[in-house]
Design a protein around this ligand. Structure first.
Ligand code: UTP
Length: 290
């Protein structure tokens, strides 16, 4: 079945990037001149997704406004003949069919995904974590969709993480099938001892899930951090049907931590049409003085 629906969970509290996230969602942090979540929606659209559900909560109204029309702004731009910017601004509201639902309590990523049940229905769907921006010519979500089409199982987007950091992530038991594609048969969220670490491969930011995940989430008990963990539900899938894992190409920026936010800004600014050259000069000056 063709994958045309995506879910973007964006209801986390963003405590690692406080105080910026006290009133402003981290998904709206700008990377130069676009909010993080717009890059994510654009990646989904480039991957063939037509319908997107964004999971929000109290205080995330800015996300809805960003994907809405903005009549006063559009009028001001068109009357000043700022055609390019007018088209960009209107274009954002036409990227895809975008829907919103609130996760009423912040009970974890697994719980957030279960809020998508009615939207998803009985189809496989993509999940793009709202704070993970992945830049690359071949959209990461599309790479996972191709693996779903080839192997017919749920797909995990993976990358290796440094050994010192694995306890903050998930750890997967994987066997290489070919190239950058693996079979995954087990996983654990936030392994706390060396024995728990299955490999340094971790799920980072993207997956494709079959609709069976919702029944599993219904009986998934709170795990690491007292939250209902999506990893725990996916673990049941991995152990029963198996899952495919793709070490996707592209650079991932974690907008949920301060260093990730800065790396995204600096690397994107260096490639930016309008400010790239000027920013490079500035950065060289700064670097020379370090
Ligand atoms: P994170 O754990 O990275 O986000 O969740 P967080 O909870 O905002 O982080 P900190 O620890 O407080 O800084 C991964 C993704 O799951 C979403 C987040 O918005 C993020 O996109 N999420 C997490 C939800 O939608 N609901 C939740 O209850 C938890």
């Amino acid at each position: 079945m063709k994958i045309r629906k995506a879910v973007i969970p964006a209801a986390g509290l963003g405590t690692r990037v406080l105080p910026a996230t006290k009133a402003m969602p981290k998904e709206m942090f700008p990377i130069v001149d676009k909010p993080a979540i717009q890059y994510i929606v654009e990646e989904a659209v480039r991957s063939g997704i037509t319908d997107i559900l964004i999971i929000t909560n109290r205080g995330k109204g800015l996300i809805e406004d960003h994907f809405d029309r903005a009549p006063e702004l559009e009028f001001a731009l068109s009357s000043k003949n700022k055609t390019d910017m007018y088209e960009q601004v209107v274009g954002i509201s036409k990227l895809a069919n975008i829907y919103f639902i609130r996760q009423k309590e912040t009970k974890g990523l697994g719980h957030a995904i279960s809020c998508a049940r009615n939207f998803v229905g009985n189809e496989p769907f993509a999940v793009l974590y709202g704070d993970d921006v992945i830049m690359g010519d071949d959209p990461a979500c599309g790479q996972l969709i191709r693996a779903y089409e080839e192997f017919g199982k749920g797909v995990l987007g993976i990358k290796k993480v440094p050994e010192a950091d694995i306890s903050k992530y998930s750890s997967l038991k994987v066997e290489n099938i070919k190239d950058n594609i693996f079979n995954c048969t087990d996983m654990i969220e936030k392994p706390q001892t060396k024995e728990d670490v299955l490999s340094l491969y971790s799920i980072l930011g993207r997956c494709i899930l079959p609709p069976e995940i919702f029944d599993i989430l219904d009986h998934t008990a709170p795990g690491a951090g007292g939250e209902i963990q999506l990893t725990d539900a996916m673990c049941e899938l991995a152990r029963t049907t198996g899952m495919t894992a793709v070490e996707y190409t592209g650079i991932r920026y974690d907008m949920g931590n301060k260093l990730g936010v800065m790396k995204a800004a600096v690397e994107t600014a260096l490639k930016h049409d309008e400010i790239g050259e000027g920013f490079k000069e500035y950065l060289k000056e700064i670097a020379a003085s370090l």
